[in-house]
Ligand binder design. Structure first.
Ligand SMILES: NC(=O)c1ccc[n+]([C@@H]2O[C@H](COP(=O)([O-])OP(=O)(O)OC[C@H]3O[C@@H](n4cnc5c(N)ncnc54)[C@H](O)[C@@H]3O)[C@@H](O)[C@H]2O)c1
Length: 333
């Protein structure tokens, strides 16, 4: 069977990757999708297992930083597009163990870039290396202002430094080898399938299990949140309509202080589970070293040029997320 595109999606067993993979495998039967993921602790293979029966899909377990492995993927599957999500993604872990972040996020990305460079012709309008990056590469904002596409890179944690470094290599490959690339930098995602170590699932899990909910510092750090399916739609739009050599900021303009977010989750869970004031579980703990104060994304470029906009209102998305975790954690479905 011949397909129109042969796409390597990396990290398809992770939080964002699992939703993206499902959308692409189901909606684009004319594409063949190879999902490479080495199934770290952060992955959730169960969430994508049912896709195995699809004729346009192949899962291959492996490490993106393994040169021979990636070389074989490119040659065996004639890969002509890459959507790169595989990463170590938890800031706290990057503070504990930065070298793992260097290996996966930097070396892994360069390894993929190099195979794209070696396998794709110089004049390659039918190829694309599309990397999913983060707004954290821009560093931290004061009380006002937004990150836009031209904001300088000022990463402040080993995680964001590793993502920034990967982005620099992608641009360098674009400039030096003419490799067709796009980068998008997205704000904090939330939704079903996220690992329990991240703020929203951690808060839900702890409340459900009647455990303390830790809040870093004074809880006044501000994050800009987007529902994961809106991010997936943005990736789909950028993949199909984005301009090569560009970067796009993706966000849904929903800034909220961590403490306010946690209190909102408490109030929704109190109603859903008939709890008696779960806010009492909140416990302030020592701040994360170098904790960024505020992120906020200006997404007007993708909205104006590619006609994308987020569709999910924050409260609605949060309720969908909470209900999904209640089902998973309480009724164990
Ligand atoms: N979650 C967010 O809020 C957010 C926001 C902006 C950008 N991003 C970026 O989006 C991407 C996906 O994020 P996520 O939240 O889904 O991450 P995640 O941690 O949930 O998933 C990452 C996936 O990558 C896989 N992986 C890790 N190391 C690998 C390796 N060496 N080889 C192969 N696979 C490997 C893991 O097994 C996992 O399935 C990342 O690149 C991240 O930097 C995430």
């Amino acid at each position: 069977m011949k397909f129109d595109k042969y796409i390597l999606i990396t990290g398809g067993a992770g939080f964002i990757g699992s939703h993206l993979l499902r959308k692409f495998v189901i909606n684009y039967k004319n594409y063949f999708i190879v999902n490479v993921d080495n199934l770290t602790y952060a992955s959730n293979y169960n969430s994508i297992e049912d896709l195995e029966s699809s004729l346009n899909y192949k899962f291959i377990k492996g490490d993106i930083s393994d040169r021979i492995f990636i070389q074989n993927i490119f040659s065996n599957y004639k890969i002509d597009y890459v959507i790169h999500l595989a990463a170590e993604s938890h800031v706290d872990n990057s503070i504990e163990n930065p070298l793992v972040f260097v290996k996966t996020n930097i070396l892994g990305t360069i390894n993929l870039l190099d195979q794209a460079r070696l396998n794709w012709p110089k004049d390659s309008s039918k190829h694309l290396f599309y990397a999913i990056s983060t707004d954290e590469v821009f560093g931290s904002l004061g009380k006002t202002g937004n990150f836009h596409e031209g904001s300088p890179y000022q990463p402040k944690s080993p995680y964001s430094a590793s993502k920034a470094s990967a982005d620099h290599f992608i641009r360098a490959y674009g400039n030096t080898y003419n490799l067709p690339y796009i980068i998008s930098n997205c704000s904090n995602n939330y939704g079903p399938n996220q690992h329990l170590e991240k703020l929203i699932p951690l808060t839900i899990n702890n409340i459900v299990n009647n455990k303390h909910v830790p809040i870093y510092g004074d809880g006044k750090a501000v994050r800009d949140w987007i529902f994961v399916m809106d991010h997936v739609d943005a990736i789909d739009t950028i993949f199909h309509h984005g301009n090569v050599g560009e970067n796009y900021n993706v966000g849904s303009n929903k800034e909220i202080k961590n403490i306010d977010l946690v209190k909102l989750i408490c109030s929704i869970l109190d109603k859903r589970l008939k709890l008696n004031n779960s806010e009492l579980l909140i416990k302030y703990v020592q701040d994360r070293p170098g904790h960024d104060l505020r992120y906020a994304i200006d997404a007007s470029k993708i909205m104006n040029e590619l006609n994308w906009k987020p569709r999910t209102k924050f409260n609605k998305g949060l309720e969908i997320t909470i209900d999904w975790y209640i089902k998973k954690l309480v009724t164990k479905i």
